[in-house]
Design a protein around this ligand. Structure first.
Ligand code: 6PG
Length: 476
C-alpha cells in the first residue's frame, strides 16, 4: 500500500481531482467502474504524477496507506450509496470516505451516521469550480469529524485554490455541514446569475445595445466592486459570436434555463427553516418560468402589457443605475444565503463560521468575487452579526445605491420588463428595515377565521378575540 489518497469515479470531475492530487506530489490510487476510463487517465495524464491504477475495488482499497482516504466522485444519489456499499467491507477502523459529489445534505447526514457506527469517517465535501477548478484549484467545503480533517485537511488545502496565499478550503463543520454550505453556494450562484441576466436584459432593452456592446459594459464592471468570475464570463459570453450564423451567441441560445436541483434544494430548505431567501427563490422560479413552455405560449402575444417604453436619455447614468441595482441586489442575496447558513448551523449544531465560508469562496468556486473579502471582514467585526446588511460597510454600500436601485425597479415595472430578483430583493430590503409590517393584519385575520391567536405590542401574553361573539379579548 503506497497511495496517500484514492479517487473512485473518473468522469471529468474525478479525473481532474485525481490529476490535481498527483500534480501536488501525492501518490493517487485511481479506480473507475469500467476500467477503460482508468486506462485513459493513465495514458493521457500518467506523466503528471504518481498514479496507482486498479481494476477492482479491492485492489484499489488495498493500494491505499492507512488510514485510507477514498474520494468518491460519482453522480449524486443512488450511485454514491452503491459505491459506499462496495467499499464498506473493504475498509477498516479510522478510514476516511470522502464524498466530493453534489450530494443533498440530508443524504450526507445519513451516510455520516451510518459510517460512524462502522468506525469510519465520512466526509461530505462541497467542491466548486467545475472541471477547470477541479484540475487547477477548486474551492473545497469539507464536513465530517474534526479528527478526519487533521489528516485529510492538509491534502485538500494543498489542491485547493489560493487567494493571497490562503487556501480556499477549511473545515466547515460536522455531519452534513459541508454539503449544506455547498448547496447554499449553488443557491447564491443561481441568484447571482439571475441578477446578471436581469441587468443584461435591462441594458439591452434600455440602450438598444448589442450583446457585444453589453459585454463591454460587463467587462468594465469587472474592474470595480462587482469584479467576479460570473461577471467576467458574462462579458466573454456576450461578446462571443455563433460560428454558424454569425449572430451573437446569446441570441441563438434557447431561452429556457435548466437546473440539476441544487437551487431547488436550497429553496426547499429555506422554506423548511423559515428563512426568506427571496433572491435565490426568485432566481430558481425564474428558471422554472422560462422553462414553462405551455404557459409562455398561452401568454405570449395574449396578455396585454400596458407598458411604456423605457426612455433612456442619459445612457451613462442608466448604466450606472443598473450597476448599482445589481450590486445592492447581490448583497441582499448573499445576506439571505448567510442567514440560511446561520439558521441551519444553529438547528444542526454545526457551528459554521460564516466569515470563513466567505473566505474559502474568494477563489476557485463559481461565485468567487472580490466583495467576499468584505463579507469575511463583516463577520470578523461581529461573529454573531444577525444580518449582513446591517454591517456598517454593507449598510453604506447598499444605502448609496438605493436611489438607483429604486429607479431601476420602478423603470422595469413601468416598462413591463421582468426583473424578479432586482425587485424582490428591494422588497426584502424595505421589509426587513420596516418599523412596522402589515404582518399585524395577517395575525388579526388568522385570529378572526381560525382562532390562531396573536400577541400584542403593549403587553406580554397570547390572546384571542371572540370575533363571532361579543368581541371581548381572552388570554389564550
Ligand atoms: C460549482 C457549480 C456546479 C454546477 C451545479 C449547478 O460550484 O462548480 O455550482 O456544482 O454548476 O451543478 O448546475 P445547475 O445550474 O445545472 O443546477
Amino acid at each position: 500500500a503506497r497511495a496517500q489518497i484514492g479517487v473512485t469515479g473518473l468522469a471529468v470531475m474525478g479525473r481532474n481531482l485525481a490529476r490535481n492530487f498527483a500534480r501536488h506530489g501525492y501518490t493517487v490510487a485511481v479506480h473507475n467502474r469500467s476500467y477503460g476510463k482508468t486506462q485513459s487517465l493513465i495514458e493521457e495524464a500518467g506523466d503528471e504524477g504518481d498514479f496507482v491504477p486498479s481494476e477492482s475495488m479491492a485492489d484499489f482499497v488495498a493500494s491505499l496507506e492507512r488510514p485510507r482516504k477514498v474520494v468518491i466522485m460519482v453522480k449524486a444519489g443512488a450511485a454514491t450509496d452503491a459505491v459506499i456499499d462496495e467499499l464498506l467491507p473493504l475498509l477498516e477502523d479510522g478510514d476516511i470516505v470522502v464524498d466530493a459529489g453534489n450530494a443533498h445534505f440530508p443524504d450526507t447526514i445519513r451516510r455520516e451516521e451510518a459510517l460512524r457506527e462502522r468506525g469510519l469517517h465520512f466526509v461530505g465535501t462541497g467542491v466548486s469550480g467545475g472541471e477547470e477548478g477541479a484540475l487547477l484549484g477548486p474551492s473545497i467545503m469539507p464536513g465530517g469529524t474534526r479528527e478526519s480533517y487533521e489528516s485529510l485537511g492538509p491534502i485538500l488545502e494543498a489542491i485547493s485554490a489560493k487567494v493571497d496565499g490562503t487556501p480556499c478550503c477549511t473545515y466547515v463543520g460536522p455531519g452534513g455541514a459541508g454539503h449544506f454550505v455547498k448547496m447554499v453556494h449553488n443557491g447564491i450562484e443561481y441568484a447571482d446569475m439571475q441578477l446578471i441576466a436581469e441587468a443584461y436584459d435591462l441594458l439591452k432593452r434600455g440602450l438598444g445595445a448589442t450583446a457585444a456592446e453589453i459585454g463591454q459594459i460587463f467587462a468594465e464592471w469587472n474592474t470595480g466592486d462587482l469584479e467576479s468570475f460570473l461577471i467576467e464570463i458574462t462579458a466573454d459570453v456576450l461578446q462571443h459570436v455563433d460560428a454558424e450564423t454569425g449572430s451573437a451567441f446569446v441570441d441563438i441560445v434557447l431561452d429556457q434555463a435548466e437546473q440539476k436541483g441544487t437551487g431547488r434544494w436550497t429553496v426547499q430548505n429555506g422554506l423548511d427553516l423559515g428563512v426568506p431567501i427571496t433572491g435565490i427563490a426568485e432566481a430558481t422560479f425564474a428558471r422554472a418560468l422560462s422553462g414553462g413552455v405551455p404557459q409562455r405560449e398561452a401568454a405570449r402575444g395574449t396578455l396585454p402589457a400596458h407598458a411604456t417604453d423605457l426612455q433612456v436619455t442619459d445612457r451613462a447614468a442608466f448604466i450606472e443605475d443598473v450597476r448599482q441595482a445589481l450590486y445592492a441586489s447581490k448583497v441582499v442575496a448573499y445576506s439571505q444565503g448567510f442567514d440560511q447558513i446561520a439558521a441551519a448551523s444553529a438547528e444542526h449544531g454545526w457551528d459554521v463560521d460564516r466569515g470563513a465560508m466567505a473566505r474559502i469562496w474568494r477563489g476557485g468556486c463559481i461565485i468567487r468575487a472580490r466583495f467576499l473579502n468584505r463579507i469575511t471582514e463583516a463577520y470578523e467585526r461581529d461573529q454573531q452579526l444577525p444580518l449582513l446588511l446591517a454591517d456598517e460597510y454593507f449598510t453604506d454600500a447598499v444605502g448609496n445605491g438605493l436611489p438607483a436601485w429604486r429607479r431601476v425597479v420602478a423603470q422595469a415595472a413601468a416598462a413591463g420588463i421582468p426583473a424578479p430578483a432586482f425587485s424582490s430583493s428591494l422588497a426584502y430590503y424595505d421589509g426587513v428595515r420596516a418599523d412596522r409590517l402589515p404582518a399585524a393584519l395577517i395575525q388579526a385575520q388568522r385570529d378572526f377565521f381560525g382562532a390562531h391567536t396573536y400577541r400584542r405590542t403593549d403587553r406580554e401574553g397570547t390572546f384571542h378575540t371572540l370575533w363571532s361573539g361579543d368581541r371581548t379579548e381572552q388570554e389564550a
